[in-house]
Ligand binder design. Sequence first.
Ligand SMILES: *[C@@H]1O[C@H](CO)[C@@H](O)[C@H](O)[C@H]1NC(C)=O
Ligand SMILES: *[C@@H]1O[C@H](CO)[C@@H](O)[C@H](O)[C@H]1NC(C)=O
Ligand SMILES: *[C@@H]1O[C@H](CO)[C@@H](O)[C@H](O)[C@H]1NC(C)=O
Ligand SMILES: *[C@@H]1O[C@H](CO)[C@@H](O)[C@H](O)[C@H]1NC(C)=O
Ligand SMILES: *[C@@H]1O[C@H](CO)[C@@H](O)[C@H](O)[C@H]1NC(C)=O
Ligand SMILES: [Zn+2]
Length: 948
Amino acid sequence: MGKGVYISKGLAIATVVLTVSAVSGIVLMVVMYQLQIKENPPKVPPTLIPTTPIPTGPPPNLRLPDNLIPERYEVFLQPYFYTVLENNTVQSHVFKGNSTVTFKCVKDTRSIFLHALQLSVSNVKVTDSVTRKNIEVERYEVHINKTNFFEIQLKEVLNGNGSYYELFTEFEGELLDDLAGLYMSRYTENPVNEDDDQKRFLMASQMQPTDARKVFPCFDEPALKAVFSITIIHRPETKARSNTPGEGKYTDIDGEQWIVTKFEPTPIMSTYLLAFTVNQFTDKEVKLENKEIRIWAKPEAINAGHASYSLQITKDILAFYEELFGLKYPLRKLDQIAIPDFGAGAMENWGLIMYRETALLYEEGVSSTSNKEWIATVIAHELAHQWFGNLVTMKWWNNLWLSEGFATYISYLGVNKVEPTWDILDLIVLKEVQPAMEVDSLNSSHPLSSTEAEIQTTAEISDLFDSISYSKGAAVLRMLCAHIGETAFFEGLKLYLKNNQYQSTDTTDLWKYMKEVSTEDVESIMYGWTEQVGYPVISINTSTGEIWQEQFLLNQTGDYGLEWQVPIRFMKSPLFKVEKEVLREKGPVARPAYDLKPGEWLLANINCTGYYRVNYDEENWYKLIDQMETDHHDIPLISRGQLIDDAFNLARAKYVNVTLALSTTKYLINETEYIPWESALNNLQYFILMFDRSEVYGPMQKYLRKQVGPLYDYFQEYTDNATVPEKHSEQFNQINAISVACSNDVQECTEMATKLFKDWRNGTNRIPPNLKSTIYCSAIASGDEDDWDFAWNQYEKASIATEKDKLRYALSCTKKMWLLNRYLEYTLEPSKIRKMDAVSTINHIARNVAGQALAWDFIRAHWTEITEEYGSGLMSVGSLIDEVTERFSTEFELQQLKQFRREHYGDGPGPAARALEQAIERTQANIEWVKENKQTVMNWFLQESKDH
Ligand SMILES: *[C@@H]1O[C@H](CO)[C@@H](O)[C@H](O)[C@H]1NC(C)=O
Ligand SMILES: *[C@@H]1O[C@H](CO)[C@@H](O)[C@H](O)[C@H]1NC(C)=O
Ligand SMILES: *[C@@H]1O[C@H](CO)[C@@H](O)[C@H](O)[C@H]1NC(C)=O
Ligand SMILES: *[C@@H]1O[C@H](CO)[C@@H](O)[C@H](O)[C@H]1NC(C)=O
Ligand SMILES: *[C@@H]1O[C@H](CO)[C@@H](O)[C@H](O)[C@H]1NC(C)=O
Ligand SMILES: [Zn+2]
């Protein structure tokens, strides 16, 4: 998914401007499809040993048995809903359908197991494909438990010699607003005067990971690929789209007119990539060679040109990927559609990619640079999936990283291609590497690649859509690419894709092809990074030249004996020559290269191309800090950011003193670059969370005011004249400057924000799009109830989703508890806050020191409702626990968490179980950290904020 379902934790800027990402054809003609089947026969899943010669009981675990291999589905779907409710028509939430799946039987069996969920199935028939003989059904049953099995017992044995059979089912389901399977989304044509005439409904779909079974009975596992022939029967005046091109015909059914749209057969593909929509949207189209590329959205957005940017970059990125991967996009069309209610950021369905509106629609002059970057990033991510995930799929969800890690890494190359001035490749360190290392330093982290047996239930699968699969996956691929070189890396990828297209793979398949193009033993280098949890810290003692590695854990509970093969690039003053080696042992080992002469310093992991941290002896640390203070240009930009991030994290894990970490921020008074500032602010965010309810906060704010002063001045002219800095990263750093200044009460800043907001209330909004979030937030924080209500009205009126998001965030900034409480209540009213936004809104409120405790009380009081209504399909419930408990640092809060675990997880794992464990572990660490560091930190800020 495009940060599919997974809502990434956005980049927290000191005070908060969260980039909420929260944070994913052609039909091959029949001839071609037969050819593919012949060349790439569907893979048989791993063998289970049957306990009886002809098993009839349920499989021993939650996986389907390996006796039946689906090859072809013919599916009819008829949703009865209306897109417009005219003359008091009553809305219908029913869909009906039937499906015929043709499968091969490779082991004698009397039972058929496939998946179905929340469907009422009737009329089950099994037929021998050759003889057309009917096989009598003894009984069938949809299991109402976590297996989601649909079991059919037969009176006769199916022949396991490769005979073909057909299973026909009729079924009926409901179209809810649960954002999973087939569901309904709602919007208004003209949001200024909402009344019934303007209400519009549409049907969208979200299958990943396990909701195709909610649409029709199917073998719902990624490796069980098949060809799908879909027909949708829908109301006149609506359009239906699916993965492949389709053609509609008006038909009378039971005296009513309908359109029957028949879609061309898909290529061989996984069930989780199917997509269906029925709506009244319009589109904008371009062509790439013979391929039709379209963006679909509500008519007013298309008419206003909001699809132009995404259409243009889609074409360019797609062409770039075809070249980069050496394989053409295999379908004849590519639709991308902006859905008003969508759980994930986006979903890469083959040929019909679905997005949140904020991830696809761009309005020049209204959307911010960060909105634009998000759109480009998500599109590049979903397009990468058309190869990584769609064409070549992971055998099972335990290797999800092969899909999400690649899509995340490749998306940076895609964005760089269409927006070369952005230097987006540098930002990968901030956006992926650092966040991944943060969660991967906890004991509750998990390896990139788990075993198949560990990942069974939908909850376990959903948990994998996290920053390990996405961001660590990307970080590890980036490291490999830097190590073996881009040429070899992409040659290897081409081989991997070409040899596995229309099939499924696991991690070893990838290394097999990488090995063919590199002299390095890729598999043994990569083993530690994908199969082991965590990552190392490399320690270098520059007075002895010794180097060693150990696992980096915030809570070092013992040595688990893990070792990595670590590619290291380093340089020394005064020559700054880049040298390379691979550390293959645990050490300590002495290396003359690391033994410094007096006055020299050493910098390792240049540009943070490696997925690890580096610690030095204290002397070298202070030499590096001195260098930054005297002339920071001698240290590469990305490394300046990384030194800060490493120092802070090493301090948290007690490798270095907290004052050493804080000292890396002193030079920022002379720094105008975004990467180091952002790294520092991300880390200081932790200090804010730990101390903003304590007496440390005053001196800390004073220090931040001092450090940010020159940066605020640097951008002053732009801010005053409402002009935009030219460089992409400077635009972000301007936001940092204002956000840090305003949230730390720099008077000039808060006055500026309040004035601009007041002008808006009086009728003119002159706030530049980039600054809207932070200025709205600052004005509402210092404003009153009327300001809040004004912003709420603007929120309700806003027609473009990016503007809505900025206001939705800013509304969480008020310091008035009763407003925050009322706002929390709104999150459970979908007519006020859309379901897809509920979790991130609560998270915003929890970020606000005034809202933190309220948010925690709120989710405890409504936990059942939240997990039932918002838990399915929306895998962000984990992020709710994660973010709402972020500030927890007292014994009392720890007890509350444990109490919560007892109440809701007493009888086994529930939703967000992993997030809860991580929260408990983190709270314990926070308690200790605060105890140990509070006084030191207080003294340091007092000392450094003195006016000299
Ligand atoms: C709804 O009512 C209007 C006016 O009474 C009529 O013109 C229109 O045809 C009706 N529409 C439908 C779908 O019945
Ligand atoms: C499946 O449904 C479609 C549409 O309602 C219908 O035309 C078709 O006859 C059905 N198939 C069977 C085998 O009943
Ligand atoms: C699921 O339900 C079926 C019967 O409906 C039962 O046979 C099976 O053991 C159950 N499985 C689990 C894992 O609860
Ligand atoms: C480090 O990154 C910068 C910016 O991307 C680049 O210009 C420089 O060449 C890189 N240095 C090394 C040694 O890779
Ligand atoms: C560290 O982990 C151990 C074992 O898991 C645990 O008992 C201890 O409380 C943890 N300490 C901190 C500070 O998290
Ligand atoms: Zn994805």
